[in-house]
Ligand binder design. Structure first.
Ligand SMILES: [Zn+2]
Length: 238
């Protein structure tokens, strides 16, 4: 087992829970759409390793041994901005495909939020799958249950936030919360919108692109319609 300091980040898609109990086709497309969105999100953070897909969330990690505090905070905000942008470009593609089902139409209501922490982790490799263990891994997951009310944000643990004096985002808000099994902690959130101010506007999706994506999603839904594949996931949190 190998251990070291790591920057831990979870990108979590929210917004589908409301209608996950609709009919089969919608659910199939909701799953396809979530998977596509997550893939784009993960691809947008090439500096991070994907540790695991956890329902509608991606758990990412990056070694932080060689990063100073400012670089660790900067890596977090840069990754969040890039992933958020990739998410919204793809979300627009999904929502403007021509499929009228809830899973596609309501994709427009999906949001992306992040929690981030820096800490010590041990790496276990089991059957060529890398797994991170340690209290800090638990900690970053517990941060997902927080009282932040804005839809899209990056929540920094106090340790991460305090590490990066020179790279802290403006407009951060302090949050106090009780983490299950850990106790009272302070953390800081910033709205992604405030981080992403300088990004150029999203491009308009073209018609051939819309048609192509409609066919892609329709094809993905087909096995579900035929009942070949069973529903694997019930409503998930977020
Ligand atoms: Zn659809």
């Amino acid at each position: 087992m190998e251990s070291g300091r790591a920057l831990l980040m979870i990108a979590d898609i929210g917004g589908y829970t409301e209608y996950m109990r609709t009919h089969r086709m919608s659910l199939a497309h909701a799953e396809v759409n979530t998977a596509r969105l997550l893939k784009k999100v993960i691809d947008a953070a090439p500096g991070f390793d994907l540790i695991e897909i956890e329902g509608d969330a991606a758990f990412l990690s990056r070694r932080a041994d060689t990063l100073d505090g400012d670089a660790t905070v900067a890596a977090t905000t840069q990754a969040a901005v890039a992933m958020h942008r990739a998410f919204h470009i793809e979300r627009q593609h999904v929502a403007t495909n021509l499929c009228p089902c809830d899973g596609c139409v309501q994709a427009n209501n999906l949001k992306l939020k992040f929690v981030a922490h820096v800490g010590d982790v041990a790496t276990q490799t089991i059957k060529r799958r890398r797994k991170l263990v340690g209290i800090d891994v638990i900690f970053v997951h517990r941060l997902l249950k927080n009282p932040v009310e804005v839809p899209e944000y990056v929540l920094f643990s106090e340790e991460l936030y305090r590490a990066g004096d020179g790279a802290r985002p403006e407009h951060a808000h302090e949050v106090s919360q009780e983490l299950e099994g850990i106790g009272p902690v302070r953390s800081y959130f910033v709205e992604v919108e405030d981080l992403a101010d300088s990004s150029p506007p999203l491009p308009d999706p073209s018609w051939p692109g819309r048609l192509g994506r409609t066919l892609a999603v329709a094809g993905s839904g087909l096995p579900y319609m035929l009942g070949v594949r069973r529903r694997r996931r019930t409503a998930s949190a977020g």
